[in-house]
Design a binder for this molecule. Sequence first.
Ligand SMILES: [Ca+2]
Length: 105
Amino acid sequence: MFNSADVDNNKSLNFIETMKLIRELNIQMSDSQAKKLFDEANTRKAGKRELEVLDEDEFIAFYFKLLHRPEIDKLFSRFFQFTFKLSFIVNSTIQVLIEVNLYDL
Ligand SMILES: [Ca+2]
């Protein structure tokens, strides 16, 4: 993944290459959010006149941050809460239906 995203084959990803990868992975993220993660992961800074890049280690850190975004976790927990409530409603409905049927018998 890292190598295929590394368009100019310099063993590091600049921000444009990183954004391209994010798009290819179908990750919904604004440029500014991605830049924030990029900057956080970019611990080894480039020289003054050089472009900031992520080397392989930095990229792993970036990727980890990408997968553990708080808004994703929040979304998942909301989804699970919803599913739980839904299954509760379904179970109660089944319970009611069973009781109604029993009375009918
Ligand atoms: Ca770097």
